[in-house]
Design a binder for this molecule. Sequence first.
Ligand SMILES: NC(=O)c1ccc[n+]([C@@H]2O[C@H](COP(=O)([O-])OP(=O)(O)OC[C@H]3O[C@@H](n4cnc5c(N)ncnc54)[C@H](O)[C@@H]3O)[C@@H](O)[C@H]2O)c1
Ligand SMILES: O[C@H]1[C@H](O)[C@@H](O)[C@H](O)[C@@H](O)[C@H]1O
Length: 335
Amino acid sequence: MALRVGVIGTGAIGEEHIRRIQFKLVGAEIVAVTDVNLERAAEVIKDIPGARVEKTGQAVIEAADVDAIVVTSWGATHEEYVLGSIAAGKPVFCEKPLATTAAGAKRIVDAEMAAGKKLVQVGFMRRYDSGYRMLKEVVDNGSIGDSLIVHCAHRNPEVGESYMTDMAIHDTVIHEIDVIRWLLNDDYVSAQVLMPKKTKNAFSHLSDPQIVLLETAEGRRVDVEVFVNAKYGYDIQCEVVGEEGIARLPEPQSVVMRKDAKYGTNILMDWKKRFIDSYDVELQEWIDSTAKGEVDGPTSWDGYRAAVTADACVKAQTSGAIEAIPAEPKPDFYK
Ligand SMILES: NC(=O)c1ccc[n+]([C@@H]2O[C@H](COP(=O)([O-])OP(=O)(O)OC[C@H]3O[C@@H](n4cnc5c(N)ncnc54)[C@H](O)[C@@H]3O)[C@@H](O)[C@H]2O)c1
Ligand SMILES: O[C@H]1[C@H](O)[C@@H](O)[C@H](O)[C@@H](O)[C@H]1O
């Protein structure tokens, strides 16, 4: 029988995930959705027979015909719905961030451990990207020797007025925080944030671009340029400097053209296309492992450690200082 999925939040990525679960992937179907904007929720499922709109997230979680939950509402609302899913004993896939503070993510870890069963997967889809997976293979197999430095850039063409300076960390750099921790198999011990000259293209309340500097337990350094009004495109860069060589994240495949006295390729303009294959692999693996009663992907512990690092970065945005990131042993429950 297909896994019956309920979705909370039918905005941009909620709609994407609803459509891929219902029409592209196998083994699951959408049965209930909700959003604070109920009209939008109804619009998104209008061509899905049998799917209905529930008035609240809690109603989706509690519905007897919902086996598993997908949380795609605004970041600040994730904690409530993930805790609700754990209380109902239902598996939950939560888009990043797991919570917007480490304290919130810790409440989820504690609730999941108290329930005695892993139920939560966090939407860190870059771990499923074929480019990052190839890069990890090179790092793991020793081709470039030990990794010493990682240079990253995370550029969005633009963001809306509701995007605040701290969101550069827990909405945007949170991807690098997780994927580089996974790539290096190392964790962070300190964070610093530098604020370069501000672009004229950002709203006045937003500091953009920013440079995030992370140090790992093994003494590696990671720098992330986050620039969310970069205008020219959606561009994700990652280069690992090793003792014996350099390894770069591949560019997305694109046809090279010679035209109008120019030689080049197009640059993507949004995240939906850049990581389309990773979202498909991520959610198909979530459906398959959930059907077996397992959690295979990034856990709430990963979401929590990312949130601890994000908290230090947010503190560093205003202090200007190097902020410590406390180390913690991974509980046996998550090993
Ligand atoms: N993994 C990725 O690459 C990726 C990409 C985009 C978004 N996201 C994450 O997904 C989440 C949603 O982002 P988005 O771009 O779709 O935003 P969005 O604003 O387009 O959609 C969010 C939706 O949530 C709804 N909502 C807000 N509060 C709610 C509540 N309490 N209950 C129910 N619905 C509520 C809003 O009405 C809106 O429709 C964010 O956490 C974001 O960081 C992840
Ligand atoms: O900065 C954006 C990221 O590049 C995307 O991958 C999404 O996570 C989105 O929610 C963020 O706002």
